[in-house]
Ligand binder design. Sequence first.
Ligand code: ZN
Ligand code: ZN
Length: 750
Amino acid sequence: MLYAQVVLPLAQPMYSFSLDESLAVEVGDAVVVQFGSSRFYTGIVWSISDVRPDYPRLKPILRKLYSHPILTPEGQRLWEWIADYYLATLGEVMRLALPSLAKPSATSLTELDERSIEPATEQFIALSEELQSEESLSAYRAKHERRAPRRVETVERIAALAVERKAEDGFVPRRLIGVEPQHLAALRTKGLIRIEERIRENLNSAEQNFLLPTLSQAQDVALSEIRKAHAEHKVALLHGVTGSGKTEIYIHLIAEHLSAGRSVMVLVPEIVITSQLIERLERIFEGRTTTYHSRLTPLRRGRTFLRLAASTGGELIVGVRSTIFLPMRRPGLIIVDEEHDMGYKQSDMQPRYNARDCAVVMSRLCDVQVVLGSATPSLESYMNAISGKYHYIELKERWGKGVLPEIIISDTIRALKRGERKTHFNLDLRDNINRSLTSGEQVILFQNRRGYAPYLQCRTCGYSPRCPHCNVTLTQHKASSRLECHYCGFTMERSLVCPNCETQDMATMGFGTEKVEEEVSRLFPEARVLRLDGDTSTSETAFQRIVSSFEQHEGDILVGTQIVSKGFDFEGVSTVGILNADNLLSTPDFRATERAFQLMMQVAGRAGRHNDRGRVVIQTSQPKHPVIQYVASADYHAMARTELAERKAFGYPPYSHLIRFQLHNSDYELLRYAAHTLASNLRAIFGQRVMGPVSSAIEMLRGEHRAEIILKIEAGASMKRARECITRALEATRKEPRAKKVPISVDVDI
Ligand SMILES: [Zn+2]
Ligand SMILES: [Zn+2]
């Protein structure tokens, strides 16, 4: 008899089961077990041993669920790292990592069987037995060449493909034949072909000649630098301004790995904004690309997962952060595009992992090569690059004829004084919009998501009060007249007089929705205005409709939120307007500066990618603000240097790890009690490194009060020790009879 440690999708560690050898179960297999009296679960076999664990009664593993293990050895090590680093259990990792239908649970075995799914299949086609030999084939041709040339052509194509792919049984994937279903149906009726459903497989290595784009000299240099990084087993950070042609470099790298039969993963922050990239990859790597994201049906996600588990390698997998959990056979390369994007961080469910960091960890765990790409790298990655941990590669020039846009900083306070501001539009912006519209070009207007945290700002000089300890903008809380730091809880009286210019002109900002779309239609009645934001693009089709209609110039002005800053490539855009940069600068977040810079650079990157020179108008009341100046000179390095110095002075990442504990409850007093209990348990160990508890930026959510505590661990300190101490503090809090009623979530590396 054997014994197995099995991970179940429960917030617990592992469980032991007895294992009958005849089941031929191996590590990584999905198995069915009974847990409790009336529940059947899918579990993952973590280890197998012949030593009986010290339990009086062991239940047996009932059956094996799929013919292939669904967790690869590399995946197993990644799960372990995630559970350890992000303070979660393996069960929690399993809940998140496996698509729901790939891990069915039920109250009976029959029900569980009904819920089980199969790996994604596709049609395979072979010639009928009679047409298998050379002679029969030429006889067929001779007989039918004149009357049915199309049929003969298809039959010969199938025969040729079977030879080319060395398919011993003659079966080839239907998608390679490239004829319409009716034609194949007719061939089957005539008994010329056989059709079978089989697990979708990829083309064998080296048999495809990919049509690769030609590289410029700069791209070529970057490509060989990346190869050099890989030879040294280092992560490559590819820093290339928007339009510098990172994609072409990716394509060459992908081709190299696929040709060698290895699998490639391309991670993107959001699927809808990357449709242009995906289309391009699908065109070049035809029949090999698998996309994965939350908009797929649960069935499709489950079947895709199982198919990849059964694959033998040579896969190109493109998807959002959860793609990192897909089984990757023969892993070769992981590309994390837009590596700075916060979309890689899971923020609402345990474990709160960052897929970019997981990719970097994968490069340590197995021999996978990792490329991080960005026009505005995160300071964490940049720091790793300048310290020599990553191999840093910079692409400074725009590719082809593209030139960087002209940046125009438009002072809203001055415009207001001069009477040059109408609603939310300064004269500078109106003039440039006009210029574009009259020459038949397009305009993108970027409007921030409504400010989620109201802040105080001087309307005369643009000054906003900040926390002296934490260097973040203070938040105005609705209920009180005080300003509060939502990191450390520092508060100060709200004053009407500006401490900077001494004018009595302080006002609350960040409230309300700006009706930019309405205003722009009033200012430019002839222009056709489209809007792209969370409200108009609820579905992928709605989103695609807006994007493609703007692409086809069915609209003159596109008004949008964050989403317009991402990877689109609109040819006709010559003016981009950022309506209120102040909002970006005033987010109460230690990353506000970095984010503001990234966002403005990305929005700016949309202008003039093809035509002569685009213009970007940035409206702000703080034209002298360093970040605005860095954007104006497109100087990433200066921004990074200054910002790193600030981070160092205040002990923020990358000079520390920030860990956030979040608590929520409908009973405010109970919440406060639990939060203070946890804070004092943490303080007993970590002292001054603990900040809070404070109310969360969003104080109430779904009728529940929310509070948080932040813990700062210096970079270089042992995170392992820190995690052990945190676990102790959490356990102590959870033992406390009142405090234990309040759920606590932990977010490592916020
Ligand atoms: Zn002032
Ligand atoms: Zn503070």
